[in-house]
Every structure is written in structure tokens, then in C-alpha cells.
Write a protein that binds this ligand. Sequence first.
Ligand code: ADP
Ligand code: ZN
Length: 723
Amino acid sequence: MIAKVLVELSSKNIDRTFDYLIPEILVSKMKVGIRVTVPFAHQTLEGFVLEMNDFSDTDYELKEIIDVVDTDIILNEELLSLGKYVADTTLSTLISAYQAMLPKALKAKKGVTIPKKMEHYLVLGEEGKITLNEKQEKIVHLIKKSGRILKKEATLISSSSVKTLLKKGIIKETEEEIYRLKHESNVKTKYPLTLLQQKAVDTVLNKKNTDTVFLIHGVTGSGKTEIYMEIIERLLADGKESIVLVPEISLTEQIVTRFKTRFTDSIAILHSRLSEGEKYDEWRRIARGEVKIVIGARSAIFAPLQNIGMIIIDEEHTDSYKQDSCNPKYCALDIAKWRSKYHHCPVILGSATPTLETYARAKKGVYELIELKERVNHKSLPGIEVVDMNQEMKKKTSYFSKELINSMEKAFSNKEQVILLLNRRGYSSFVTCKNCGYTEKCPNCDITLTYHKSSNTLRCHYCGYGTKLNPTCPECGEKAMSTLGIGTEKIEEQLLKQFPNQRVVRMDLDTTSRKGSHEKIIKSFSSGDYDILLGTQMVAKGLDFPNVTLVGVINADTSLNIPDFRSSETTFQLLCQVAGRSGRGAKEGKVIIQTFNPDHYAIRYAKNHDYIGFFTQEMQIRHQLGYPPYYYLTVIRVLSKSYEEAKNISSKVAEYLQKNLTKTTLLGPSIANVFRVNNVYRFQIILKYKEEQALYSTLRNLQEHYKSNSKIKIDIDFNPIHI
Ligand code: ADP
Ligand code: ZN
């Protein structure tokens, strides 16, 4: 018998299986989808068994499989074919697709073994004949009473007694696996649904055995989460399972607690802030059929549930649902659609601000549209005021306008809380010399360095480079280096000056890097330990604090000024999302948006909570410029450490594409937005097309052609989020 084994050869672009003999002693353990270790060249590698056969059609001498890594199947039949779909549609290697579907501990990679967490218990042994002292008596008594006790508890009574009892055989030690993540059960709570919510539930469940994609377009606070939970509960009664994707940053206590209070321990949770051990355990609980509901970030879409009844993607417009930093560059929505066909179950997309692509599809009838135009029980959406900072600057005020300061003071005097958004972390966005104008740039990247005051360092947000701030200009020698532009750190400092009696907590990448810190901030703000929550887009999504009555946007222009065709859309979404955090409780909410572009349509429509208005205008612009959803985009990036190489090859690539893609418009090659990152030069070519039969074959040929060129990397991103 032979097995076809897929291994990861990161240095080479080999994407195929190799045949290995199955030694006699492993025959009974061998299954398709398990991990094995194999000899490869002069090393031992881990790989997945993709097929078993009784013959091999290769002509080289076969080697034997060394051992099996685990006895359980890692890649079941569905995941095996899903991986092929991912590899085919993103033009990445099959092994990278499988690796992306699994937590680190289950990838086929040597050196990441995570042990199961074992708990040690004591039970009665064969009765020995000794007279017990008082402590020994107590331990034996406890075991007799409940059958077994935790060893560590017995040790607390007396560790020497435990040792003696074990030695004499009066007690025995056993061990059992326990899962790292604790899932306490809670009291069940649920609201009686409103009529609109009930109607949405019925509409979806009427098609529960079809692969329909629903879009629930509901304003913030319209009760979407309650709708999801009701649907999940009804499907549980049929024995069906559900996957719920939520944005990484809103995957906090809050939403998880809501689900846990309803579904207790039938839930598994998957997100990047868990330890590798916790992820390993959660994944196996799912694979073993011990849970019915999986809540997680992007990669939870691959959760190995076997009887899926519903896939829900909440805040579907979230850009982190697309993996774009490494291969395979897949989009969770595509995976959801594939699995919905496989399981004959619907997909629900939920959002107050769906992407243009999604809403356009819903309008065309490709998706089924469910509209919820009001908050639950007719609660009003918060009023939004736009403050023109051009006028404010003339008055020489601070970073906070008069309106914002007055509203904040009012909130504080009513013992209410405030959320402030500034979508830029650090102290200041750049450091420049007042004398000669020299600006500190990253030595590895084509980008200015951000000043972080708490560590007194200049840091690159692209490659992680860091250096101490030197007050002397390296260019002219004057002691004139100063900071310009604002970040969350600086706003925090200003807030403490402006409102010395209020308590401020900052939430951004810098304050949430440690495990548990994110949850801690949210918990303590929620319980009223702080008056102001200041942060980057992290504060905009999913949070539900009933006592927040004011949301302030310090500068709405940070995302508007990014040179990308989606910048209006992202700005509109961000403003609506953060506005939705205000007035969720009994009291009315208010929002103040500070901007230098008060007349920009993204800001005007956000002010009126007018999604349809924004959609209509933005669609016209996309139509004029030939952008999605009217055209598809694909970005080809040519990367090299050599500027010349990147430049020359990108021209050649463009020429080749031009010749072979006859129905496609080519833009570029041009230098990428950030031209150099970590000393790698980046040129990009943008492809625009409605239908291009030759696309995949042409791009595959291109990849194939440059595969063995070690100086160049060709990076392909279909339907990119950012260009
Ligand atoms: P969304 O997900 O659309 O933002 P949520 O489901 O979080 O909306 O609901 C918003 C708020 O309204 C929450 O505090 C929730 O507990 C409450 N809520 C939702 N549905 C009901 C209902 N039927 N009756 C009373 N309160 C509800
Ligand atoms: Zn850098």
C-alpha cells in the first residue's frame, strides 16, 4: 500500500503529493486526512495523507512513512475538497490552503507540537493494610465520598500523605484531558421578538434547506444579533449547527457573553487572542461533535462542523474577512457560499452599512434582502452634528471644537459616558525639523515614522522598525526636531489637560497587545470605571454600552484622505458604525463629527444615517470610473529587493498580460501606494474586467514562468480590498 502525502516545502514552489510506502505496523492507523511524518531529502517533514492506493505510478524508489502524528483525521472529506477550491480560486498552493484552514497546532509543520492539557485525579486503589494517620484518613475519606478528587487539592492537605498513600497502593492516580478554555454556564435570557424581528426569522427559516444568501440590512441597534440567536436556537432543535463570524476586534466578552447566556456550553470560540493551546482544544471540541455553535473571526469559517444549518457573517462589510497579507488571499464570504452549497444551508450577511458589492447583489435579487429600518422598539438613532474644523482653526481652539467640549461637559454632569474616535495610533504621525524641514523616515520603508511618547520612540507601522527620538536634526544639526499631526496618545494627553477630573481609557493596538487587555478595557469601561473611551476603529464596532450618550469623531478625514477607491465607502461605514455606539440605552444619544471636509458626500450622508443616499451616489461614481461592483479588479504586484528588477519585470508582466487578456483594461505598472516596505520594492498592475475567460490560465502561466526566479515575487490578489 502507498499513501500520497502533501508536504510544505516553503523554499520551493512545489505543489504536489509524493508517494510513500505504508509500513506494515502503520496500516491499521492509516487514513486519508491524517498527518504523518516522512523522510524528504535529508530531513523529516510532516504532511497530510491525501490519498491511499495499492500501486504507485512513479519510477523512483519509494521510501516508507515514518509515523503517524495523530490518530484523528484532521482534514475530513469536506475540508479536503474545500482546500482545492481555495487553492484554485486564489492561485495559491494546495498546502498553503490547508495550512490556512487549521490552527497552528494542527498544521503540517514540524516543531509546533502542543500537548493536551491533562488533569490528575486520585481514586481508590487496592486496599492496602496500614493504619492511616489523620491527614491520610481525611484524603481517603474525601475520595470515598465523591469517587475521585483532584490531585492538587489532596496535595494541599498534605503532599507527603499523598505520596505515602500512592506508594502503599491505597490510592491510585489517573489522568484525563481537560480543555483549556473554560465555558461557564449562565442563566438563559431572551427577549420576545418584535414583529419585524419575527418576520425576518420566518423569512430565513422558510428557506432553511436551501443555499440562499440573505442580506439583513438593519440599522445599528435594529436587533440583528437577537435575530441570529433565534434562528440558531430553532435550528438546534433540528440538530443543526451554526457558524457565526464576527469582526476580530468586536469578538470580546460582550458578544460572546450574549451567546453564552443563551446557549451555555454548546459554543466554541475561535479568534487570534486565544493561545495556541486554547485554539487546539476548541478545534478538537468542534471536530469531535461536542459543540453546535462556532463563533469566531475570519478563519472560523473553516470550523470542522459536519452538519451545518446556517452560516452568519455579522458586519459583513468588515475588511478583515478578506485575508490579504499572505497566501491564500481568500475571502470568508466565498468560503461561506461554498460550504452553504455543500451543506444545503443558507448564509446570512448582516450589516448596517453593507459593501456596495453586497447591496448591489441584493438589489439585483442575487441575494434575498431583508430591511430593518428602525431600532428595536422605535428607539431613535442618535442625532449627528458635523463641525467644520476650518472654522474652528480660525478661532485657534484645540483639537476639540466648542461643540464637542460643551457636549462632553453635559454628558459628564449627567454621569454619562463618552466614546471618542481617532483612527490613528501613536502620539504624532510624523517628526520633522522646524529649521530645515527634514522628516524622519523609515530606513526600510517608504513611509514616515510615527512618534510614540510613552516609549519615546519613533516607530514604523509597516515593518516594526523602532529608534529613539533624537532632538537634534541629522540634516542641519539644529536642535529643532518637533512632532506634527495627531494620534490617540496625544489626544489622551490633551484630554487629561482639558478634563482633569474625568477618567480616560485608551484602546488601540498599543494598549491591547497583551492577552486579556482588550477585554479588561471593555469590562472596566462598561462597569463605569472610566468616563471616556478613546481609541482607533477598535471602539467603533459591535460594542454595546447603554450609558454612552455621546460619540465624538476627532478627525473624520484620516480615512477619507487615503488614496484608495474605497476610501469614501470606508469613511461612511466607520462613521455610521461609531455613531451607532451612541444612545443604545434608555437615554437619547448624540454624535459630533469633526472634519475639514464637511461637504464631502460620505460625511453628509452619514450625518443623515442615509445608507441608500450614499449607495446611490457612490454607485454613480463607481460606474463612471469603472470600479466594483461594475467591474472586477485583480491586482498583480511585482516585488523585489532590487528596484531595477522590480521595474523591468513589471513592464514585461504588463506586456504579457496586455497580449493575453483581450477583454481586460490594464492600469500600470505603477509604484504601489507605499512603494517600499521592509526594503522590498513594489510595483503594481491593476486589471479591470467584466468577463475574462483567459484570466486564470494567463495568471497561472505567469506564476509558472517566474516560479524559479528567486529575485522576483509575483503576488496576485483577486477582488482586493485595497489597491
Ligand atoms: P444589532 O445587532 O442590530 O446592533 P442588537 O441585537 O444588538 O442589534 O440589539 C440592540 C439592543 O436592543 C440590544 O441591547 C438588545 O439587547 C436589544 N434588543 C434586541 N431585540 C430586542 C427585543 N425584541 N426586545 C427588547 N430588546 C431587544
Ligand atoms: Zn518600516
